[in-house]
Design a protein around this ligand. Structure first.
Ligand code: GLC
Length: 579
C-alpha cells in the first residue's frame, strides 16, 4: 500500500526524497559535454507553421509567430523544434510541394525572419530542425518547368518520365498515396511523369547524380544559416524499380472506394536498396558541413528490419529513422498494456542499443488525445501516454497542442475540407485537417492564434482548452508535461539508462530505466480499474522509491516502500539511487 501521510512521515520522506535527488549527477552538464549527440537527450516539438501562431493577421501562422512563442516553448522545456515546410510553395500539399528550396514563402515570412528565429531559439538553447522535401518538388519548381518544356531539355532526366504503353495506357499500375494513380500525362510532350503523392508533386529522379548534387547543396544552404538538422520527408520513396514492374495488387480496396482502387504492396517503388546508399552519402555530406546536424528520416515501413537499414551499414546513415510503431496498428488506437509492452520489446530487440524516436501524434495522423481517450478519462489518459512517451529509451517528439490535450477536429462538411485527399475520399477519409487546426493559446476570439480569419476553423474546445487556462491550473495536462519534461532533463536514467520491461500484468505496463547512479521505474495503469503493482526491490541504497511524478495527487504520496496502488489510468514514476 502507498504510505498514508502523517506530518512526521512527510518530514522523513521529504528527507529521503532530497537525499535521492541530491545524489544524482548533473544530467544537463552531461548533455552539454555530449554536444555532437545533443539529439539523444532532446525533447523535440513539431510545429506546423500554418497553425501555430499568426503574427500579421492573414490567418496563416508564420515564422515571426513561432519566434514570439519561443519563451512558451522554453518554459515547456523542449530542446528542439522541428518546423514543417515554410518554403515558397503553391501550397497544394501545404508546403510539401516546394517551388524554391532556398527561400521562405512570403506567407510565412522572409529569410531574415528565419535568421532571427534561429538566433532567438539558440539564445534559449532550442535547436531548429527543418523539413527537407527531397523526394519530389512542386510542379511549379523551375526544375520541373524546365524538365517538362521538352524531351530534350537538359533537366528532362531530373524527373521520372516514361512513354505511354503502345495502347496509350500509363507505364505501370502504381497507385498514388493520395489516389488514384501515380502517373500524369503531359499532353505537350506526350509522356507520363511519376508522382507518388499529388500530381503537383513530381518525383525527382535520384538516379541522376546531378539531382543528388543539387539537392545536397540545399543542406549546405540551411546549415550555413544555422539550422540544426533535417527531417527528411518521405525518404523511402526516393527510388523506383528501373524497369517499372507492376506492384502486386492486394485484395483490400482503398477506404472510401467501392470498385477499382485496390491497395498495393509497394514492392517496386518503396525502400529500394539504392535509398540507403543516398542516406550514407547524405550523412557524409551533412557531417562535412556540420557534424552536429541531425538527420531524422520519415519512413513508414511495416517491419523493423526495414527501418534498421536507415541507420546505415555501419551506423553511417540517418541518425534517427522515425520510429512510427506507436502510431501504427496494433498500438495506434488501443490503450493496451500487452500491446505496448510487445511493441516496445520489438523496438528494443531490433535496435540493439541504437537510439530511436518515439512519437504519438503528428500532422499526418489523428491526434492521440482522442485516439486513446475513452471520452471520460481523457486528461488522465493524456498524462499517462505522455508519461510513456517521455520515459521510453529514445528521443520523444511532441506535436504542437498535444501538451494541452488538443483534440482532432475534423471538417463537418466536404466544403470545409482543405486537404485535397479529404475531398477525394470524403467521407471515409476526411483528410488531415483535423490534426492541423490552429494552436489554442487563450479563450479570446480565434483562440489567440490570429487577429484575422484563421485558415482552418478554431475548434470549439478552445474556449476551455487553451494555454492560458491550463497555465493557471496546477492539474492541467500542460503543467503535467512541464513537470515531466523537467524530470526527464534531470534524470540520468531517463536520458541514458537501459530499458527492461517489468511483469506481465495485462493492465499495467511497467518498465525500468537504469543508469549509473539512478534507477527509474515507470508504472502505467492502462485500465479503468484500480491496480496493484509491486516494484522490484532496489538493488542497493535506500529500500524505498521516491515518487518522482504521478498523474494523480503526487503531493500526497512522496515515496513508496511496498506495494503501490494505482488509480484508474494512473501513471507513476519512481526513482531511487543506485551505484
Ligand atoms: C510526408 C509528409 C506529408 C506529405 C507527404 C508528401 O509524408 O509528412 O504531410 O503530404 O510527405 O510530401
Amino acid at each position: 500500500m502507498v504510505k498514508s501521510l502523517s506530518l512526521k512521515a512527510l518530514a522523513t520522506t521529504t528527507i529521503v526524497t532530497a537525499l535521492l535527488f541530491s545524489a544524482q549527477p548533473d544530467a544537463s552538464a552531461q548533455a552539454r559535454a555530449n554536444k555532437p549527440q545533443w539529439w539523444k537527450h532532446a525533447v523535440f516539438y513539431e510545429i506546423y507553421p500554418r497553425s501555430f501562431k499568426d503574427s500579421n493577421g492573414d490567418g496563416v501562422g508564420d515564422l515571426n509567430g513561432i519566434t514570439s512563442e519561443l519563451d512558451y516553448l522554453a518554459k515547456l522545456g523542449v530542446d528542439a523544434v522541428w518546423i514543417t515546410p515554410f518554403y515558397p510553395s503553391p501550397q497544394v500539399d501545404f508546403g510539401y510541394d516546394v517551388s524554391d528550396y532556398e527561400n521562405v514563402d512570403p506567407q510565412f515570412g522572409t529569410l531574415a525572419d528565419f535568421d532571427r528565429l534561429v538566433k532567438e531559439a539558440h539564445t534559449r538553447h532550442i535547436r531548429v530542425v527543418i523539413d527537407f522535401v527531397l523526394n519530389h518538388t512542386s510542379d511549379q519548381h523551375p526544375f520541373f518547368k524546365e524538365s517538362r518544356a521538352s524531351k530534350t531539355n537538359p533537366k528532362r532526366d531530373w524527373y521520372v518520365w516514361r512513354d505511354p504503353k503502345p495502347d496509350g495506357a500509363r507505364p505501370n499500375n502504381w497507385s498514388s498515396s493520395f489516389g488514384p494513380v501515380a502517373w500524369t500525362l503531359d499532353e505537350k510532350t506526350g509522356q507520363f511523369y511519376y508522382h507518388y503523392f499529388y500530381p503537383q508533386q513530381p518525383e525527382l529522379n535520384w538516379r541522376n547524380p546531378a539531382v543528388e548534387r543539387r539537392m545536397f547543396e540545399t543542406v549546405r544552404f540551411w546549415l550555413r544559416r544555422g539550422a540544426d538538422g533535417f527531417r527528411l520527408d518521405a525518404v523511402n520513396y526516393l527510388f523506383e524499380d528501373p524497369s517499372l514492374r507492376d506492384n502486386p495488387v492486394l485484395p483490400e480496396l482503398r477506404p472510401g472506394t467501392t470498385t477499382g482502387e485496390h491497395l498495393q504492396e509497394k514492392k517496386y517503388n518503396r525502400d529500394l536498396p539504392e535509398v540507403q546508399d543516398v542516406m550514407v552519402r547524405l550523412r557524409a555530406f551533412n557531417d562535412s558541413v556540420n557534424p552536429e546536424s541531425v538527420l531524422i528520416g520519415e519512413a513508414y515501413v511495416p517491419k523493423w528490419e526495414e527501418l534498421m537499414r536507415y541507420y546505415g551499414p555501419s551506423d553511417n546513415g540517418v541518425h534517427l529513422p522515425f520510429n512510427f510503431f506507436l502510431i501504427m496498428e496494433p498500438a495506434r488506437s488501443k490503450l493496451d498494456a500487452n500491446v505496448f509492452r510487445s511493441v516496445i520489446a520489438a523496438s528494443e530487440n531490433a535496435l540493439k542499443g541504437r537510439w530511436t524516436t518515439y512519437v504519438l501524434s503528428n500532422h499526418d495522423n489523428p491526434r492521440h488525445y482522442d485516439r486513446y481517450g475513452d471520452g471520460r478519462n481523457n486528461d488522465a489518459i493524456a498524462k499517462l501516454t505522455a508519461t510513456m512517451l517521455l520515459t521510453l529509451r529514445g528521443s520523444p517528439f511532441l506535436y504542437y497542442g498535444e501538451e494541452i490535450g488538443m483534440v482532432t477536429t475534423e471538417p463537418k462538411t466536404i466544403d470545409e475540407v482543405r486537404d485535397p485527399v479529404g475531398r477525394r475520399y470524403w467521407p471515409a477519409n476526411k483528410g488531415r485537417d483535423g490534426e492541423r487546426t490552429p494552436m489554442q493559446w487563450d479563450a479570446t476570439a480565434n483562440a489567440g492564434f490570429t487577429r484575422g480569419t484563421p485558415w482552418l476553423p478554431v475548434p470549439p474546445s478552445a474556449r476551455e482548452r487553451n494555454v492560458a487556462a491550463e497555465a493557471r491550473d496546477p492539474n492541467s495536462v500542460l503543467n503535467f508535461y512541464r513537470q515531466l519534461i523537467a524530470l526527464r532533463r534531470r534524470s540520468p536514467a531517463l536520458l541514458d539508462g537501459d530499458y527492461a520491461s517489468i511483469g506481465t500484468d495485462p493492465h499495467v505496463y511497467a518498465y525500468r530505466r537504469r543508469a549509473r547512479g539512478q534507477t527509474v521505474i515507470v508504472v502505467l495503469n492502462m485500465s479503468a480499474e484500480r491496480r496493484a503493482f509491486m516494484p522490484p526491490r532496489p538493488a542497493s541504497g535506500p529500500q524505498a522509491y521516491a515518487i518522482a511524478l504521478a498523474t494523480q495527487d503526487v503531493r500526497m504520496r512522496p515515496f513508496v516502500a511496498g506495494e503501490l496502488s494505482l488509480a484508474p489510468f494512473e501513471a507513476v514514476v519512481l526513482e531511487t539511487r543506485n551505484r
